[in-house]
Design a protein around this ligand. Structure first.
Ligand code: ZN
Length: 315
């Protein structure tokens, strides 16, 4: 049995006026004469991605903002940084966000040997598993540097490369308003709006500070936020609104035991969307769910086929 929650009111959006003079190219905006906000998602979608973390000081605050705003995101983590930010990776995962591979120490992959490339990706995946993270199949090559050989090596490990369409250039400097302006000014209706930001560079606090403004203004102009699918594309370009991660409990959880093979786990919390990465935290499931909608199941059980594969029988 399914229970669909009510869509949240868009009334709050109508009261929002961007302080920045950013003209977003939405047909609905132009047609509305600037007074009536366009309908939610009428301009299409945006997917946020954050690279170079996790960071002990930056990532938790970013997660909090994303949960508050109900915005999905993908975190491309550097393997060697996972241990330097205890709990931050698990906070990302336990909050329902997707995790991707961003190499062990951020080299230009095309300049590496095949063995080194494989090591960069494998050691990162191994470190994630050691930290009880369940990475997705998505991988972002540092600097977006990729060639046929790197692609081949990634395929060997069943990893899918993900680049971006909008570079916030947060690493190059700028305050939060400037970074938000760069992102908002680059949004294109009904296109792949995959935004690159960082939660592990010097200017990351300013970049994180840009997120509320990006979310507020983009929504005001008819954009919704979505996650990346297993092909590294926006899960939605047009169509119904997707869901944000439904935060279980937005606190840093205690270490989660690795799920053992073929263990039945009772569901004790609502919120599941099989289009996102399913993760088991203690005795419940976390996954990105559809924006402004909640879908709950009265009961289901989870069967682990492997650490990266799940079966979710409903009853
Ligand atoms: Zn990077």
């Amino acid at each position: 049995m399914r229970v669909w929650g009510k869509r949240s009111s868009i009334a709050a959006l109508t009261a929002l006026v961007a302080p920045m003079a950013i003209l977003l190219p939405t047909a609905a905006h132009a047609a509305a004469g600037g007074h009536k906000p366009p309908a939610p998602c009428s301009a299409g979608f945006v997917a946020l991605t954050f690279d170079d973390g996790p960071s002990r000081t930056v990532t938790p605050g970013l997660v909090k903002i994303l949960l508050e705003k109900k915005v999905p995101a993908t975190f491309f983590m550097i393997g060697s940084r996972i241990k330097t930010a205890p709990g931050a990776g698990r906070l990302v995962q336990n909050s329902g966000f997707k995790i991707g591979n961003h190499t062990w120490d951020h080299p230009q992959l095309p300049q590496q040997s095949d063995a080194a490339i494989m090591h960069e990706m494998r050691s990162t995946a191994r470190e994630m598993r050691a930290d009880h993270l369940v990475p997705s199949n998505l991988m972002r090559p540092p600097y977006g540097a990729i060639n046929a050989r790197v692609r081949h090596d990634m395929r060997e490990l069943h990893l899918v490369p993900v680049l971006w369409t909008i570079d916030s250039r947060d690493w190059a400097g700028g305050n939060s308003a400037q970074i938000a302006g760069r992102i908002l000014g680059a949004l294109r209706p009904h296109q792949q709006n995959i935004v690159l930001q960082h939660d592990g560079v010097n200017n990351s606090p300013a970049s994180v500070g840009a997120v509320p403004e990006v979310v507020r203004v983009a929504r005001h102009h008819g954009y919704c936020f979505t996650h990346l699918d297993e092909h590294g594309a926006m899960a939605h370009v047009d169509g119904p609104a997707p869901t944000p991660p439904v935060p279980p409990t937005p606190t840093i959880p205690s270490p989660t035991p690795a799920p053992s093979a073929r263990t039945w786990v009772p569901r004790t919390q609502p919120s599941i969307d099989t289009s996102g990465a399913l993760q088991v935290i203690d005795s419940w499931l976390a996954a990105p769910v559809l924006e402004e909608q909640y879908r709950t199941e009265t009961s289901f059980r989870v069967l682990f086929g492997s650490p990266s594969g799940l079966v979710v029988p409903r009853s």
